[in-house]
Design a protein around this ligand. Structure first.
Ligand SMILES: [Zn+2]
Length: 140
């Protein structure tokens, strides 16, 4: 199985993780006139991008089938420590909330805040550059 590492999908972890692929037995959902297949429903562990709709969760068996037979790419959701997950959530929230405010100085503030969160206690070292001063921007 071809796997790519280090990719995550925002929001995916909030969903119930059951396989959203159509079941392998061709069973259709009641009341859909035989048009909409019942979902597989097994415990899902991978996010699969098969190129025909938004990447979605699949169980290992369905993921394997899609990767081998349909050229899909399975993303392995990264497992983070709770601390790293919270830091990433803060970075995401900051970037999304403030990242599109006009003005280079405001965008520089966002970048600086992201660096502060990502670097933690190593912030000073991270921004140290002998050739120029680090620009901390202006808060929006
Ligand atoms: Zn499945």
């Amino acid at each position: 199985m071809e796997l790519t590492e280090g990719r995550t999908m925002i929001g995916a972890r909030k969903r119930e993780r059951t396989c959203q692929e159509a079941n392998m037995f061709g069973i259709m959902k009641p009341g859909t006139g035989g048009l909409e297949p019942m979902e597989c429903g097994q415990a899902a562990t991978l996010i699969v991008d098969n190129g025909d709709r938004h990447p979605y969760w699949m169980c290992p068996m369905c993921a394997d089938h899609n990767v081998k037979n349909r050229g899909a790419i399975a993303w392995v959701p990264q497992v983070y420590s709770q601390e790293h997950r919270e830091t990433l959530d803060k970075i995401l929230e900051l970037a999304v909330r403030y990242g599109n405010i006009d003005g280079a100085h405001h965008k520089m503030w966002v970048i600086d805040q992201v660096v502060r969160l990502a670097a933690g206690k190593d912030y000073d070292e991270a921004v140290a550059d002998p050739d120029r001063d680090w620009d901390t921007g202006i808060a929006p």
